[in-house]
Ligand binder design. Structure first.
Ligand SMILES: Cc1cc2nc3c(=O)[nH]c(=O)nc-3n(C[C@H](O)[C@H](O)[C@H](O)COP(=O)(O)OP(=O)(O)OC[C@H]3O[C@@H](n4cnc5c(N)ncnc54)[C@H](O)[C@@H]3O)c2cc1C
Length: 308
């Protein structure tokens, strides 16, 4: 069945952007994950719409991936089609009618978006400069850090219906942004581009703030190891990292996966970790933290074709 779907996709996506049996370890910040049946790179709205229509018609399992910095894919891989955006979706430009607004494609990385905004003297996005995701992944989960979140700067999002049949613009206040959540998680629409609104400031001052936040990140987080950032969501009371630390789990290890000694909120790939190793560490953390504090931690990392 998947073969027939791929034959149809091959008619709308060039061969070099239709990667069959593609190891997901190449596309995730954890550097973990078996092969997807295929990974397709769509470079414009026509291509993306066509791929979604084919997948819908064939009821073929599929999933959009951004920069893969919040993904844990199983060792068996993913039996469906991973869709990644590139080309036109990587664009960024200032709104010709409003110098404080920028229109950015969802494949663009937060780091390069931040670099562009700094150059233009546009402030308000500094919080996101060190998050290793794309605009699409960050909008999807309302990424945030250091007191800022996507909700603060996103004025509207251009989205495509999951079956590729419709495109519309959704105002920021209709995106239902909340802690690590947006409406896209509920309705499955795909983000194509976002309008960000910022404020004018001196590029040197913006650059200094970006450098300060980067230094904080480097000091606190295990940035030298592959990971997916915070493994668990912030619970209603307290912080996941503090609860994990209090349960004495820093350094806890299964195979190549380990609770970071530097930041207990991160499970890292300390070398050759499998998805099963990471899941075993996550299960142990959940049960020990629950025993110690009565709090059941919920994963922030997306578990693809695997579960706790
Ligand atoms: C070292 C490190 C530090 C991190 N620090 C932070 C932090 O400070 N704050 C924070 O919030 N996160 C942090 N993260 C987690 C992660 O980087 C963010 O959540 C980021 O927003 C995920 O973006 P992504 O492009 O990698 O998304 P992915 O991991 O590829 O995808 C995440 C989800 O978004 C969906 N998605 C992706 N693109 C689209 C699209 N175009 N339309 C619809 N849905 C889409 C995917 O299907 C998936 O469900 C960190 C991760 C690492 C590895």
């Amino acid at each position: 069945m998947i073969k027939e779907t791929l034959t149809k996709i091959a008619k709308v996506i060039p061969e070099d952007r239709l990667l069959v049996d593609e190891p997901m370890s190449r596309h995730t910040s954890f550097r973990i994950g078996g092969p997807a049946a295929a990974l397709v790179i769509a470079e414009n709205e026509e291509e993306l719409g066509a791929v979604l229509r084919i997948c819908t018609e064939d009821a073929a399992e599929h999933l959009i991936i951004g920069n893969g910095s919040n993904f844990l894919v199983s060792d068996e891989g993913y039996p469906g089609i991973m869709i990644k955006l590139g080309g036109d979706f990587d664009s960024i430009r200032q709104d010709p009618e409003d110098e404080c607004k920028v229109i950015v494609g969802t494949a663009r990385l937060l780091s390069s978006t931040s670099a562009f905004l700094t150059e233009q003297g546009l402030s308000g996005f500094e919080f996101a400069s060190g998050i290793p995701g794309s605009i699409g992944g960050a909008v999807f989960m309302n990424a945030g850090a250091y007191g800022g979140e996507m909700k603060d700067v996103v004025r509207s999002v251009r989205v495509m219906r999951p079956d590729g049949s419709e495109i519309k613009e959704v105002a920021g206040d209709k995106m239902e942004f909340s802690y690590r959540h947006s409406v896209l998680e509920d309705n499955g629409w795909l983000a194509l581009a976002a309008v960000l609104e910022l404020t004018k400031d001196d590029p040197k001052a913006i650059s200094a703030r970006v450098a300060e936040l980067q230094a904080k990140r480097n000091a606190k987080q295990p940035v030298n190891y592959p990971s997916a950032g915070s493994t668990f969501k912030r619970p209603k009371v307290g912080y996941a990292a503090a609860l994990i630390d209090e349960a004495g789990l820093k350094g806890y290890r299964v195979g190549g996966a380990m609770v970071s000694e530097k930041h207990a909120g991160f499970v890292i790939n300390a070398g050759g970790a499998t998805a099963e190793d990471v899941l075993a560490v996550m299960r142990h953390i959940r049960s020990e933290v629950y025993k110690n504090s009565g709090t059941m931690l919920e994963p922030e990392v997306r578990l693809i074709n695997c579960s706790l």
